[in-house]
Ligand binder design. Sequence first.
Ligand code: UT7
Length: 318
Amino acid sequence: MTRKAILRGVGHYLPDRVVENAEMETMVDTTDAWIKSRSGIERRHFAAEGQLTSDLAIKAANAALEDAGFSADQIDAVVVATSTPDTTFPSVGTIVQGALGTQGFAFDVQAVCAGFVYAMSTANAFITSGQANRVLVIGAETFSRIMNWEDRTTCVLFGDGAGAVVLEGGDGDAGILSTDLNSDGQYRDLLYVDGGVSSTQTTGVLVMQGKEVFRHAVEKLAQTAETALEKAGLSSDDVDWIVPHQANSRIITRTAQKMGVSMDRVVMTVQDHGNTSAASIPLALSVAKSEGKFKPGQVIVMEAIGGGLAWGAVVLRL
Ligand code: UT7
């Protein structure tokens, strides 16, 4: 039996402040009807002033640890997926480690909206190679801090939040069955932040060619999910749940259609969270678990795409 990374716990945290589409109407030239019909988003959460990405990550991590029944000192690696760290360095991972008292090592992975899939794949590699046994994988973002509030085509789409999972090495049928990672740097201008340490010495704001990203998403997400399933020796028929990156309900629906998976097997939280980038998949996982959706033995496919472009998928048996 080969060693696998088994899902032991899931948790999430959303900041208290909920911003409904109606409030967006007071901030930019937009309408609830446009946002809902083009993206599926109805509301999003924004972090409070002074509330940092690591604050959200720590709360989500504590919830996942509690769900797993582990104490922080039983964790030997922390991998945080984020593009909105508290500061340029140290990593959010080490801030979480310092706050919780986890053992071993901690660091960040930056693959924008595909970050959680990349972080899961990284954690899986540590576990299957024996370099770590219990890994906390977190997706945490404060995208509200990198919005251009003059650009109605992007600022209505994003939100803040964090989700976390605890993975543990073990034998048996359950665990991560396969991962598939891809990127293509020729598309870097489709989705980027126009500032940074080495270029402008400012944080910058998000810039997106939404239509183009949409086109790539629809094409590439089903492709990577199917490749990951093939690597696991499975097909779409074996999928109990798709837990997709939550950017746009139309992308989620079209990807499921392409894969031949009915919508009652797709977890959708974009209406309540907006696009929380690397946090969106673990947030959706945690919400679905708390609603009692998951059963032991079920197969989950997670898929995501974002800036880079970077995209990928993870197949997990519960
Ligand atoms: O998470 C990382 C990956 N990101 C994504 O997956 C996002 C991918 N893209 C999308 O989700 C969609 O492309 C958007 C939701 C961003 C936009 O939807 P769309 O159907 O592609 O709309 P569009 O950009 O073609 O805009 C259609 C119209 C335009 O007006 P005209 O030129 O047709 O007169 C826009 O000016 O909608 C207008 N528009 C708005 N109207 C009201 C754009 N933003 C807004 C707005 N409110 N907020």
